[in-house]
Write a protein that binds this ligand. Structure first.
Ligand code: ZN
Ligand code: ZN
Length: 357
């Protein structure tokens, strides 16, 4: 499926690319879709078209160069989860281990069709595996839609545990119960969080219920409940050790996070706001409380591995957050459901499946 212009996805036949010693070809089984798929579709990211979207793929290695097979530790027939980011491995940031900040960083699904070989996204039956790819083996017996949870769950581990350096016993407040918020609940619980409070809207009631099933101690609907009073109650008046902001487009939680966090605590900002300024953001609170504020964009290999171990363990009822599988040609419908534009459909995690089971 090619995004030819904003809001227009069209089926196209493209040649299956040749590969060399350093690259590979993925037979896509499932591609998770997230908020940035929606933003790319709407054209708000200003990214180039025409383009094959899809940056959360799981699939089978169909072909692979000898050197790529040695480097990545995989072979034809293995099922792999593919990281979104392509990195060079040689710049100062890559050498420092921060490959997600690579000077020559590129991302699957945002490289236009006219850059050879064109198949840079997973809204397709096959995807090109560039030499700069990072891939992780994942159990072949999992349903493709469940395996595709590696991406939101990886974000849960990076944003909820790795970035704030979460310690056992820490109190955590998660603002927003979408797929990333729920993933943070699972990851923080796994890492030994003491107490977990999740906020949402009244319209998110089913997601808040799932948050409690996944291990949140309490949830609060922000229209009717007093989130600040609840977090103080939960933390003997101090505020949360870690606050994770994963709402989309809502600015109020960013300003409120400065009140929710304890002195010396950490706020992780991961929900994008369309580059809006934040009203009532009082930076003095950061100063007087010595708050650490961290931005979070991508996911690192370590967090993807934690996510894959969690999925393979079968310990959690993860199927409860995987709500929709769509065929490839239903990509526009999938985006509409994700955006909440289809009455009666409540999406948490959705996938496109080139071959529907
Ligand atoms: Zn994504
Ligand atoms: Zn680099």
């Amino acid at each position: 499926m090619v995004l030819t212009e904003p809001r227009r996805l069209e089926p196209r036949e493209l040649p299956v690319p040749d590969i060399d010693d350093d690259s590979g070809l993925l037979r896509v089984e499932a591609c998770g879709i997230c908020g940035s798929d929606y933003e790319q579709f709407e054209g708000v990211l200003g990214t180039p078209t025409p383009v094959v979207p899809g940056h959360e793929p799981v699939g089978i290695i169909e072909r692979i160069g000898d050197r790529a097979a040695r480097r990545w530790g995989v072979d034809v027939g293995d099922r792999v989860a593919v990281e979104t980011i392509l990195s060079c491995r040689y710049c100062a940031r890559c050498v420092a281990g921060e490959y997600q900040l690579c000077d020559r960083r590129r991302m699957y699904s945002f490289i236009p069709l006219d850059v050879q070989p064109g198949l840079w996204g997973a809204y397709a039956e096959y995807m090109y595996l560039d030499p700069g790819s990072m891939v992780h083996k994942i159990d072949r017996s999992l349903a493709p839609g469940i395996a595709a949870l590696f991406n939101p769950l990886g974000a849960g581990f990076r944003w909820g545990v790795e970035i704030p350096k979460l310690q056992p016993g820490n109190s955590v407040m998660i603002l927003g119960p979408g797929q990333r918020g729920l993933a943070c609940v699972l990851a923080c619980r796994e890492a030994g969080a003491g107490s977990i409070l999740v906020t949402g809207l009244a319209a998110d009631a089913h997601k808040l219920e799932l948050a409690r099933r996944f291990g949140a101690d309490d949830t609060v609907e922000v229209e009717s409940g007093d989130a600040l009073a609840r977090v103080r109650e939960m933390t003997a008046g101090r505020g949360a050790d870690v606050v994770i902001e994963v709402t989309s487009y809502s600015t109020a939680p960013v300003a409120a996070a400065l009140d929710y966090v304890r002195p010396g605590g950490t706020i992780v900002l991961a929900g994008v706001k369309g580059f809006q300024a934040i009203p009532d953001f009082v930076s003095d609170k950061i100063v007087v409380k010595e708050i650490v504020v961290r931005g979070a964009l991508g996911v690192t290999s370590a967090s993807y591995r934690s996510a894959i171990r969690m999925i393979e363990s079968g310990k959690h009822p993860l199927a409860a957050m995987h709500t929709h599988d769509f065929g490839l040609r239903e990509a526009e419908t999938a985006i509409d459901v994700l955006a909440g534009r289809v009455p009666g459909e409540q999406s948490i995690h959705s996938c496109l499946l080139p071959v529907r089971a």
